[in-house]
Design a protein around this ligand. Structure first.
Ligand code: BGC
Length: 249
């Protein structure tokens, strides 16, 4: 079975058809720069373009970097605020002409990692964290996802955690690996105190360089591993979530 996955991010909107049995992309992904400002209408146009470039009309899923409840966007920390209250699922469905399931980006990446990546077969609590423009989270207990956790926004030293621990914070403040990793350690210690996961999977672009920072993390009991799917996790998870939603209809 196949489904199409679209990953909507702050810099790019990418999509590809996915083989759901293997979690592999069926062709190279298409990536288009995220329009600025990234308003609902402008992003919808790009989502349509990406899907149409494959002539796709089947099961489709899309990620969004915010809270998504029943297809409607409820938060937009790093994207245009006009998204809040927008029924993204309805908007995309109308534009593409086929049902589109929409879910949080970290939840999608987590679903993919639990099925095809670093979380396969892991029981107990698994926390996937994505470090990018923001910090996204996906929490699983015995493989079941608790949707829309927002552990990137716990408060540390009076600040939104992602302002210190995201990859974007490292770039913005020009922190070296050591300075940034100290902040990530403090962040993970807080998260561990709240939910005591058995395993933490670290994803997002910076997980490609995990050997530079994961070994330097301190004070955390949970096992910490880098994501296995990296760039494709969002696309794969979106396609899987859409296929799941279609099957439940
Ligand atoms: C958002 C989350 C999102 C994460 C990663 C955070 O700022 O609140 O919903 O998953 O960024 O994009």
């Amino acid at each position: 079975m196949q489904a199409f996955g679209i990953d909507i991010g702050g810099t790019g909107i990418k999509g590809a058809p996915v083989d759901l049995a293997s979690g592999k992309l069926l062709s190279d992904r298409k990536k288009i720069a995220t329009p600025r400002p990234a308003t609902p209408d402008a992003v919808t146009e790009v989502v349509k373009e990406v899907t149409q470039s494959f002539g796709w009309t089947g099961i489709t899923g899309a990620t969004f970097p915010g809270v998504v409840l029943n297809g409607t966007i409820r938060s937009a920390a790093n994207v245009d605020k006009t998204w809040i209250g927008t029924d993204a699922a309805a908007l995309f469905t109308k534009a593409i002409g086929t049902d589109v399931a929409v879910l949080n980006d970290a939840d999608a990446a987590g679903i993919a990692e639990m099925t095809f990546g670093a979380g396969v077969g892991v029981k107990g609590s698994v926390l996937m964290l994505t470090f990018g423009t923001g910090v996204g989270s996906a929490l699983f207990t015995d493989g079941v996802l608790v949707r829309n956790t927002e552990f990137g926004h716990i408060e540390i030293r009076g600040k939104d955690a992602e302002k210190r621990a995201a990859e974007s914070a490292k770039l913005e403040h020009d922190w070296g690996w050591k300075e940034w990793t100290e902040r990530v350690s403090e962040y993970l210690q807080h998260v561990e105190a709240l939910i005591s996961p058995n395993l933490i999977i670290v994803g997002g672009g910076i997980s490609k360089e995990s050997d530079k920072w994961v070994p330097m993390l301190t004070g955390i009991q949970a096992k910490i591993v880098p994501a296995a799917l990296q760039n494709d996790a969002g696309i794969v998870g979106a396609a899987m979530a859409a296929a799941g939603a279609a099957a439940a209809d």
